[in-house]
Design a protein around this ligand. Sequence first.
Ligand SMILES: [Mg+2]
Length: 433
Amino acid sequence: MTQYAAHGLLRAADRGRREEEGRCVLHLDMDAYFASVEQRDVPLYRDRPLVVCHTSSDFCSHGVVATASYEARRWGIKAGMSVWEARSRCPHACFVHADIPKYLDNARRLRHLCERHSHRVEVFSIDELFVDLTPLLRRYPPGGRRWEEALRVGGDLKEDIRRELGLTASVGIGANKLVAKMASEFHKPDGLTLVLPEQLPDILAPLPVDRLVGVGARMRRHLRAMGIETIGDLARAPREALQWKFGVVGSLLWEAAHGRDAGAVARSGEVEGMKSFGHSLSLRGGTRDLEYLENTLLGLCDAVTRRMRRDGYLGRTVSLRLRVGYALGYARARTLPEHTDLPSPVYAAARDLLRREASSGLWTEPVTTVGVSVSQLRRREEGKQVTIWDIMDPREERLAAALDAIRDRYGEKAVTRASLLGDFALSGMNLAR
Ligand SMILES: [Mg+2]
């Protein structure tokens, strides 16, 4: 390598590091989101213990708590608790059904508000967003002035949310996503917290280790068995030992314990215009032959995933579209555990949905159209760096339970409702907030 090239490389590496250092990320977390939306819309619920439930029962007699208002939290009611337990803790609370389409609509407006300040906005869950302020603040020198400006933007954003949505949010600001997210948790509700890089070690050290992104109940048990209780303990543990025991996860956690996180704010909706890939086929005269339908479906899944691979997309939600007789078509959807562009997982999901429909006894006439589509797309990123965000505890189970509850309650239409979720990254989506 010539000296010149080596020099160029070094300078590039230096620039990369400098950019990393000057980063400024804002995390926004709506306060008691579902409950606050209901309290805003229904005066009767204001200043009262309100429990928003995921339940299929008309009278909210079972199911799980999606969100408890701050008034209800005083009675020890929290998200994920059974409605039965919540009722026994606070019998006079108001119990209402979660209205997911309404919360999604609000979330969309929230995202647009954030996009006024930065084009780099990542929808992290139904009530959490990351906003990369780095481009906006580039004209200020890294350091004090830049942080001051970041705080001003955070305050403006909170004010916009209050004025235009009638809701409050807690905002955290830091040098990366990890720090910003932790910062927003320090002051709730209605907080605005900046954590400066130099404050990090002191702030992180005493916190229990499960406050870190990526440390779920299981990991906490493993770490506890190693004598690691706090983030400080984790930071002091030898990196090699963690790496040896947990592989790449171990070294990511060690980095996280030092407040380091290379995760970029992934612009949501970066999938330009592309919402889904699909193919369908009309079957002349219709058929009731399940095997024939399954084979047709296989061919369709193959064609769809081939196009996805060609265009460089991965998808996660598989929808089966059917038309029975001359009635209007309808769809059933299922979300896969991870994104894919391969035919077999897509086909397995579509076939399952088909079999379930076939056995439902609702096909009074032959099936005249069958189609499959894959949505919730993501660009395939070759050689993408693995970050702490990739190892987070998946929260799909809660989501699936919530959607099943909606489906039980609203029946077929629920699938259309669920498709509203399209814009949101389900992997990080946490409906129990
Ligand atoms: Mg929240």
